[in-house]
Design a protein around this ligand. Structure first.
Ligand code: PEP
Ligand code: MN
Length: 335
């Protein structure tokens, strides 16, 4: 339920309404813009008598929120959320590109990729240190050493780093070392993990589970936000369908749908969505065209010998060409 307050309501009257709602057991999510002042109510609102609230002269109207997600709902927060990370904004109008290898492999690899993608205009460096692999026999990532190498690449290039957290027991280290914590598709419904990152104030890149509906993705975001962390960036990375020519099926319509129902920024991962390097460019262009706030792309200096996801990684030269095209497209779209 949302209480839309009158624009000219006095502060003390607003406070009274707030106290009343809290005494009834509701948590209040207050949002105020130039033309609105609203209380989003979270919790059991069944004990609230709508006619009594509507009778209050400081209340303009009541809106009932049908969707199960509240804090992630655009009705609770009519303005779009802009996540600021180390002075770089995600969701603020700039098209933000995160790039880097699937996994960190060596100092030489991560530093050389970081330097080249920075040169091409990427804003963030990605790289897995702890990898969620389908097979326990596949390369599992360099772990703590991988994190150290990411930090080194950040030191050398100044680019903030994005990497996946798989287990709540590493949260302290990630909060200290990482700029954006990635929650992977396989962990999207690991509710304990979501609650833990929700207790921090670190930006979270939340990837859509491979069989998750848009509503389930938004409910996963709600888990993080309900603990207090509202710095959530959503990521569409393809979903599993009957189609076999691509690794996953990129759900492009998820972008405008999420934009309609939520205020959170949303980016696209054309690499995991497609599974093939040659599909990255067309899908990246499509993501920009449908209104995504950015991309996360796998870039590798030697894809043929990559320890993970080489077939879907593009080389730094191709990444540069793609960034040039995206820059031109963005200028036309923003005209
Ligand atoms: C990744 O980004 O490296 C990754 C494993 O992606 P996803 O969780 O989307 O499969
Ligand atoms: Mn990968």
């Amino acid at each position: 339920m949302i209480i839309v307050l009158n624009q000219n309501a006095a502060e003390e009257d607003v406070e009274k309404i707030k106290r009343k709602m809290i005494s009834l057991g509701c948590e209040i999510h207050e949002s105020r813009g130039t033309n609105y002042h609203i209380f989003g109510l979270v919790g059991d609102t069944s004990c609230i008598d709508p006619s009594l609230i509507e009778a209050n002269r400081n209340v303009d109207r009541l809106i009932s929120v049908q969707e199960p997600y509240k804090k992630a709902n655009r009705l609770f927060h009519p303005e779009k959320t802009v996540v600021n990370v180390e002075g770089k904004e995600i969701g603020g109008g700039e098209f933000t590109v995160i790039a880097g290898p699937c996994s960190v492999e060596s100092e030489e690899q991560i530093v050389s990729i970081a330097e080249s993608i920075k040169e091409s205009g990427a804003a963030f460096l990605r790289g897995g240190a702890y990898k969620p692999r389908t097979s326990p026999y596949s390369f599992q990532g360099l772990g703590e050493q991988g994190l150290e190498l990411l930090k080194l690449a950040r030191e050398k290039t100044g680019m903030p780093i994005v990497t996946e957290l798989m287990s709540p027991d590493k949260i302290g280290k990630f909060v200290a070392d990482v700029d954006i914590i990635q929650i992977g598709a396989r962990s999207m419904q690991n509710f304990d993990l979501l609650k833990e990152v929700g207790k921090t104030s670190k930006p979270v890149l939340l990837k859509r589970g491979m069989s998750a509906t848009i509503e389930e993705l938004l409910m996963a975001a709600e888990y993080i936000m309900s603990e207090g962390n509202e710095r959530v960036i959503l990521c569409e990375r393809g979903i599993r369908t009957f189609e076999k020519y691509t690794r996953n099926t990129l759900d492009l319509s998820a972008i405008p749908v999420i934009k309609k129902y939520s205020h959170l920024p949303v980016i696209v991962d054309p690499s995991h969505a497609s599974g093939y390097w040659w599909l990255v460019e067309p899908l990246a262009k499509a993501a920009l065209a449908v209104g995504a706030d950015g991309l996360i792309i796998e870039v590798h200096n030697d894809p043929a010998n990559a320890r993970c996801d080489g077939q879907q990684s593009i080389k730094p030269e191709r990444f540069k060409a793609l960034m040039d095209i995206l820059g031109k497209m963005a200028r036309v779209i923003n005209e």
